[in-house]
Design a protein around this ligand. Structure first.
Ligand code: BGC
Length: 395
């Protein structure tokens, strides 16, 4: 028996549906030219047990999901007991099915009221966030893995996007560039530092009240340097990810997330040129990215244990998903052989879901019919379950 975690991940806004009190719901409503609506999403809010059972039946032993702040605290200071109990039922269901729950407390979305108060930069932000985290501890006593904030670096980029929308309106943005635009800029320092403060505040609350491992997740762009541009490479890598990794040195684990890799040249981050080989997210096909990310995370955190909390590919071709993941796992195994402490592999994503304004990039091991909500597992789910049955990734 091994306790290596083999699982899949989702986030509340992307799968639950009708997250009406959140900032993202408003963004989708306000900028329909830019964002598809999340709507009912996958209705996983009601169908979570079915989703978890599919993962468990396939042979996986873990599920990463999130708790939605906008549901727990729909207006400031009002904690919904019923919603807390809803998420407790999710935790219980995971345990009953033999799935180790990995629970995220904040995955890009915040309550609309929090955003109206000024979001993460408001004077009250840390106090508000801390009191939400305190409320969640009531249901987290036996959860072994808790992620405070998902990808603070991408959250900081979303802040820039919001700012640009507020300043220039929709016309000021290059919409066709989409995710590409985000991947070519650098997270804002002020918001980055505030998110680090928030992570540390949450960690303090959690460590004093519950027993699980506490960490956060970082989006790794798995940057590659080009000759002569080492200094710019280090500066960008620091602002993009190393700043957040350094802030994890006293955590119990670091959540490693990687999908692709980008070069840094004399002008900064090189956009992925259009290429037939690119994934449906417009990213270069780089199954080696997770290996680069694991090594950089271990290096910068000083060897904090890694949990791969996301890795996967947006594709309509499930064989390609298996091919990508199989090579990614070889890179995970190689990193482990080199001594990197990896505690688990959670694939992104369990379900095809709402990819932040776009339904087209399908990352799921399970397809979902968005009118009937019927779930159809793809061959990659059984394949990943088979890998799980063989123990930790091996070289
Ligand atoms: C996020 C997910 C997202 C995935 C694919 C990560 O940035 O945590 O919410 O769906 O990457 O883009």
């Amino acid at each position: 028996m091994t306790n290596f975690l083999w699982g899949a991940a989702t986030s509340p806004h992307q799968v639950e549906g009708n997250n009406v009190n959140s900032d993202w719901w408003k963004r989708e409503r306000d900028f329909p030219e830019m964002f598809d609506r999340s709507g009912d999403a996958d209705d996983s809010y009601h169908r979570f047990a079915e989703d978890m059972r599919l993962l468990a039946d396939a042979g996986l032993n873990s599920y990463r999901f999130g708790i939605e702040w906008a549901r727990i605290e729909p207006v400031p200071g009002h904690i919904s007991r019923a919603e807390l109990q809803h998420y407790r039922r999710m935790i219980d269901t995971a345990f009953e099915l033999g799935l180790t729950p990995v629970v995220t407390l904040q995955h890009f979305t915040v309550p609309l009221w929090f955003s109206h108060e000024g979001g993460w930069l408001a004077d009250t932000a840390i106090e508000r966030w801390r009191s939400y985290v305190e409320a969640t501890t009531e249901i987290l006593h036996d959860v072994p893995w808790i992620v405070t904030i998902n990808e603070p670096n991408i959250l900081a980029l979303m802040w820039l996007l919001d700012d640009a929308l507020a300043t220039h309106g929709i016309e000021g943005l290059n919409l066709s560039a989409g995710a590409q635009t985000l991947a070519s800029v650098v997270p804002d320092e002020g918001i980055s530092l505030r998110l680090i403060e928030a992570h540390h505040a949450a960690r303090e609350v959690l460590k004093s009240r519950v027993g699980g491992n506490v960490g956060w997740t970082v989006a790794n762009q798995s940057f590659e340097r080009t000759p002569g541009n080492e200094e710019l490479y280090s500066t960008i890598k620091y602002a993009w990810e190393d700043r957040f990794l350094e802030a994890s040195r006293d955590d119990d684990f670091i959540g490693v997330q990687a999908y692709t890799s980008q070069q840094i040249d004399a002008n900064g981050i090189v956009a992925h040129p259009p290429n037939p080989d690119n994934t449906l997210a417009g990213w270069a096909y780089r199954p080696d990215a997770i290996g680069i990310a694991l090594r950089n995370s271990a290096d910068v955190t000083g060897g904090v244990p890694a949990l791969i909390t996301e890795n996967g590919i947006a594709t309509a071709d499930d064989e390609r998903r298996i091919a990508y993941t199989s090579v990614a796992l070889e890179h995970v195994a190689a990193a482990m052989v080199d001594g990197i402490d990896v505690r688990g592999y959670l694939h992104w994503s369990a379900l095809d879901n709402f990819e932040w304004g776009n339904w087209k990039p399908t990352f799921g091991l399970i397809a979902v019919d968005r009118s009937t909500f019927v779930r159809t597992p793809k061959p990659s789910l059984a394949w990943l379950g088979g890998m799980a049955r063989n123990g930790p990734p091996s070289a």
